[in-house]
Each structure stands twice: as C-alpha cells, then as structure tokens.
Design a protein around this ligand. Sequence first.
Ligand SMILES: Cc1cc2nc3c(=O)[nH]c(=O)nc-3n(C[C@H](O)[C@H](O)[C@H](O)COP(=O)(O)OP(=O)(O)OC[C@H]3O[C@@H](n4cnc5c(N)ncnc54)[C@H](O)[C@@H]3O)c2cc1C
Length: 449
Amino acid sequence: MPGTSTAPRILVVGGGYVGLYTSLQLLKKLQKGEAAVTVVEPRSYMTYQPFLPEAAAGSIDPRHVVVPLRRTLKGAEVIAGEVVSVNHAERTARIQPVDGEEYDLPYDIVVMAPGSVARTLPIPGVAEQAIGFKTVEEAIFLRDKLLRNLDLAEASKDEAFRRRVLTFTFVGGGYAGIEALAELEDLSRYVTQSLRTVRHSDVRFVLVEALDRILPEVGPEMGRYAVDELRERGIEVNLKTTLQSCEGGLVKLSDGQEFESDTIVWTAGVKSHPVLERTDLPLDERKRLRVGADLRVTNEDGSVVEGAWGAGDACAVPDLTKPGQFCAPNAQHAVREAKQLGENLVAVLRGAQTTPYRHAYAGSVASLGLHKGVAQVYGVKLKGYPAWMMHRVYHLSRVPTTSRKVGVLLDWAQAAIFRREIVSLSAQSTPFAEFERAAGVKQVSGSRG
Ligand SMILES: Cc1cc2nc3c(=O)[nH]c(=O)nc-3n(C[C@H](O)[C@H](O)[C@H](O)COP(=O)(O)OP(=O)(O)OC[C@H]3O[C@@H](n4cnc5c(N)ncnc54)[C@H](O)[C@@H]3O)c2cc1C
C-alpha cells in the first residue's frame, strides 16, 4: 500500500466536528499497528461553534470554545496546514503547511471533513465590508468591534458618525446569525448602562432575512416567538427583505431602506467547502461530496469509491429517516455521522459489514441572549428562561473534553457573580503601535510580521 511500509495511513482532511470525532473513534477502535491517523487542519484546534455567540457576548472565554487537537488526539499525527487538492486515483493529497513549501502526502484511506464556507452572493460591497461568523477569530473581532464602536460613539459629537458606528446589520436569520445578533444586542444593552452619552436606544441592530421566518431549526411557532421577542427588544427584523448592496458601508435593502452601517455580518447560509472541487472524488449538483448511508464516498451510480469516506457539512449524507432527502448541515448530525464513520471504517479494514447512519433530527435550541432562548426538541416547545437553561445544559454536555466543560462552567459562574467582561482588546491587532510611538517612529504601523 502507498503511504507507509507498515500500517495504512488514514488521512483526515479537517479537524472540526467530523475530523475530531472520527479521529477519536478511530484512535479508540484501532489496534496497535492496524492503521495510522493523520489529521490535516490549518488551525491547531477544533471550534465548538454553538458557543461562538456566547464567546462574542463575553459570557465564555474564547479559549474555552476551542479544543486543542494535538492534546486531544493523542496517538494521531496532526499537521498544521491545508489540503490544497486530493488525487485519490494516486492516493496523494497536496498539503500547504502553515509555513513552508507545498508537498504531496501519500495516504491509503481519506476521510473528507472540510465542512462548509459562507454562502455569499455577488452583492456589491459584501466581499469588502462584511464579516462572517464561523470562527473564534470572527467572534472575538465582533465583540471587540461592538465595544470599540460604543467607545467611539461615546467620545464623538458627530451625529452621522455616531449613527454609523452604532448600526449593526446582520444578514441571514438562521441560528448562527440570530444567536450572534441577540447575544451582541444583549451585551450592548449591558454596556450602555455605564455610558454617559450613548443610550441603548441609540444602538441600532438590524436583521435582514429573505424569507418570511427566522430560525427554521426550531419550527414556525417558535420562530414567530423569536421574531416577537427580538422586536420587543427594539431589534429591527426585516423579513422578506434582501440586501441589495453595502458599498462603503451604505446598506441598501430591497424594500427601499438605506442607512450607513459600520458593521455588517453575513450569516446567510453555508455551502460545502470548495476544496472538494480540487479532488477527483464525485460531487453532486450542489458540489457536495456524494456519500452513501454508511458514509463511504459513492459514484453517481451508487458504486463505492474504495478508500474514501466523508461526513458533515461538506457531504450529501442520505437522511434515512426522510427518504429522498439529505441530512441538514448541523452539529447534531456531524458528531453522530463521525462516530458511525469511524466504526464503519474500522469494520471495512477488518473485512466486516458497515452500518448505515440513521438519526432523526431531534430539534434545536437557540440562545437569544442572557436568560432568553427558544427551543423545540422532540416536539417539546420551550421559550424564555427554560429554553436558555436547556441551551446551556445541552451544550455544556456536548462541548468536547472535561477541561473545556470545566472552563465554560467557571466562566459562567464568574460572569454571574462579577458580571461579564466589557473591555475591548481591539488594539491587539496593532500590538507594535505603543512601542513604535515610544521609539519615535514617524509612521506608526502597529502591526508587522
Ligand atoms: C455560530 C454557529 C453556531 C452553530 N450552532 C449550532 C447548534 O446550536 N447546533 C447544531 O447542530 N449546529 C450548529 N452549528 C453548525 C455546526 O457547527 C456545523 O454543522 C458543524 O461544525 C459541521 O461540522 P464539520 O466537521 O462538517 O465542519 P467544521 O466543524 O466546520 O470543520 C471543518 C474543518 O475543516 C477545516 N478545513 C477546511 N478546509 C480545509 C482544508 N482544505 N484542509 C484542511 N482542513 C480544512 C476547517 O478549518 C475546519 O476546522 C453552528 C454553526 C455556527 C457557525
């Protein structure tokens, strides 16, 4: 077999939900020398995305929403880099390490788990002005930006400038967008209590959603409740409305509204990762990796592509509980698929039968800020405090590793006793500025390297 002289190499592309949980399952099930696991991931950590909104709101330390891969995947090789392309016919992947030259990595079995990227549209200004909400870096940036903009407005007497920096626009009403919007609005409400010139009513949060509902994950009734709850808080919820352009921060909506907004967050859905198009593996019409119910990659005619597996947001995984449909791109499926994938892969290595992945979507919980939430789980609908509590308990039980669970719990306890942190560390993006000024540098750059 190519790749190694002894054990076959299993290459896992991506160290997110699927990458982490598949690797954990493999490390647990594989016997010594049966196979070696190599994970390639540009970040050296897995991100627990459902906690990003709370990290943005300052209720959780951002370090506690990420899980270090090397420490968690003892026994696996973790390569900090990106898979640029995969030639499965040759069983090689082209790797771009975080530093250094590209090289070819031979493997025997590949697990494709690169997840998804933001589904953007060619709307003028979006690429230049907007930011996504999928990474811990984006969550930290948005939190710092909100706090910084409140500071800027507090210090300014220019009304137009104040209106611009105090306007936050979110495009897309799925759980990522709604939770981020609701948590940040909640944070702004808290921070303005200690400001002198900026009142909470001066801060404008605008949601733009093309459909006539938000949070489809919690069903229509709870989605309507969430709209009412957000509107009661003064958030402008624009349904059946689209973003037409946002060049230079001037937001133009399909209903004719126009306003300046310094912060535009794009959370209007995801699409499978474009790296899939740089492989010779079969994709469907939406560019998702074709996989069968047992998570082996399959050709269009259903035949198995030997040695190739995939799961998660990047893949079209048949939903056996809804014939003809595919599993939605969410963590609930990703974690379970990953465990099944790991088991099936080991079964195939040992010449045993695979088991098809089957899970009926249980529903969802979403936080709408501190003590506020909405949920529909196994048909049970909850709102307000009970839903928020359920959100916390559920995600605490799900965040990987004991150290992260303890960290999150302590963060919550600390925030409950001492209130949340409201300091912006946005100056960390220009750490050299202070020293350059002290050294008399004429044009302070603030950032180098
Ligand atoms: C803000 C937010 C909140 C969410 N809340 C919920 C929730 O409450 N409930 C729920 O069920 N789902 C939730 N989700 C969705 C859930 O997080 C995703 O469905 C899940 O992460 C998908 O897992 P994955 O492994 O397919 O992708 P990911 O977890 O995104 O992992 C993909 C990994 O692959 C890496 N990668 C990408 N390209 C390459 C490459 N070329 N080479 C190597 N590595 C690569 C990426 O860096 C990433 O780490 C949320 C998502 C977001 C953004």
